[in-house]
Design a protein around this ligand. Sequence first.
Ligand SMILES: C[S@@+](CC[C@H](N)C(=O)[O-])C[C@H]1O[C@@H](n2cnc3c(N)ncnc32)[C@H](O)[C@@H]1O
Length: 222
Amino acid sequence: MIHLSPRLAAVAALVRPGAHVVDVGTDHAMIPVWLIQTGISDCVLATDIHPGPLENAASMVEKTKTGNKIRLLLTDGLTGIDPEGWDTVILAGMGGETMVSILSAAPWARGQIQLILEPQSKKAVLRRYLIENGWRIDCERLTEDAGHIYPILTAQAGQAPAYTQAELHLGLLEQIGGDPLFGAYLDKMRTQAVKAAPYDPAAAALLGEYGKIKRRRRPCRL
Ligand SMILES: C[S@@+](CC[C@H](N)C(=O)[O-])C[C@H]1O[C@@H](n2cnc3c(N)ncnc32)[C@H](O)[C@@H]1O
């Protein structure tokens, strides 16, 4: 059985048993192989826009003898994918704006797909796109890997609640506020806002909101 990094393991853990998964931007195909080896899925489409990463994926599939259950496809995002038969789409390890462009080009996904998203940047842009375009983020969690904290979210079609500016950047507080890593994540986001605040009024406003959230969090007195 292959070993997943904490970040990839946290993404893979959100796949429902029996799911038929498209892993977009698969590169090394670690998640598809793990899903097949664990029996969580018996059918995965692993795609990438670049031939090099898809060759990495092909080597991994060959090495692990999972080729009868993993199909590889060179394509941009979800382009050319038959909507029939897929119920889960993973987008991990790419920027939030790339995710927005992939989802915008595949409006069919909103009707039937559970998204599992691990954006590396522009998370507020991604959350705003989702909630303004018929998606509801139904779960957010944080995972730590090699000193970095990564948000991972799932979304499906639905009506989203209202988000504050801070929640667009952090995630909905009622979903993420109780995460064991939330305090550390909030501190990291505050540090970024402190650096940007002198020349960016939006960052200064966010810093104020983050400060209020931090003050509302009561320390554990055990
Ligand atoms: C940093 S790797 C992430 C690999 C893996 N998903 C992970 O999380 O470790 C990003 C991958 O996304 C691919 N990619 C970027 N834009 C893409 C797009 N529009 N469609 C498909 N793949 C894309 C890149 O070629 C690259 O292999």
